[in-house]
Design a protein around this ligand. Sequence first.
Ligand SMILES: Cc1cc2nc3c(=O)[nH]c(=O)nc-3n(C[C@H](O)[C@H](O)[C@H](O)COP(=O)(O)OP(=O)(O)OC[C@H]3O[C@@H](n4cnc5c(N)ncnc54)[C@H](O)[C@@H]3O)c2cc1C
Length: 221
Amino acid sequence: MQEDNKPPSERARIRRASERAHYDAETIHTIVDAAWLCHVAFACPDVLCLPTACWRVGDQLYIHGSNGSRMMKHLASGAPACVAITHLDGLVMARSAFSHSMNFRSVVIHGHFTEVADEAKPAVLAALMEHIAPGRARDSRPPDASELKATTVLGISLHEAAAKIRNWGPKDKEDDLALPFWAGVLPMREQHLPAISEPGHEGTLPSYVQTWAASPATASA
Ligand SMILES: Cc1cc2nc3c(=O)[nH]c(=O)nc-3n(C[C@H](O)[C@H](O)[C@H](O)COP(=O)(O)OP(=O)(O)OC[C@H]3O[C@@H](n4cnc5c(N)ncnc54)[C@H](O)[C@@H]3O)c2cc1C
């Protein structure tokens, strides 16, 4: 992550459509914080790309999983990894089929994961609960010793990351602009729906539940 919008490394430099590139921490953090999941690519030895939950604390992106997970065991060894986070914001309809596109915010992170030490795990996992819903860490039973022991928590630095953003309309070729076809953007976003309480729940709903459906879903950067 760079404050001067310069790529942090050659492999993180966005070459194609480089006008969509952002390398500053604020942009990268905003896109990461709007995500509940990422896709992690690694070779073990077959190339795999797996979806998993993620959250950020400072300049680290964290993932967690069972100690027995092949992904967690492989990544805990310090193997090279690449993480992608994607938000789809719209379908871009041009007059020509060729010029159709998508509006999006994405981040790609290069590096390797390191294992979070046992003593640091409770705080990092509490941050996951707070990411799910502010206040949830205090509003649920914390993991006990055996649950903590069974869980691997891994962090990857956001230092070597790039963000790519497209948030504009279609770019038709000059010759296509007079064609009679509709052109524009079909916007889309994640939507929060009303909470579904478990049977038997009585009493006041926590504020993060009350406000869930009214709270804004991820918005375009
Ligand atoms: C929702 C969505 C839909 C897309 N659809 C298409 C499509 O249909 N066809 C297509 O060719 N491309 C599509 N892209 C863009 C695609 O992700 C690549 O950026 C693009 O294909 C260029 O690939 P490249 O190997 O030439 O990248 P390069 O520019 O050579 O990549 C160099 C480095 O830039 C960074 N980088 C590359 N892409 C991204 C990214 N999206 N976000 C953050 N960092 C990045 C990585 O660090 C990478 O190592 C889409 C992206 C998104 C998010």
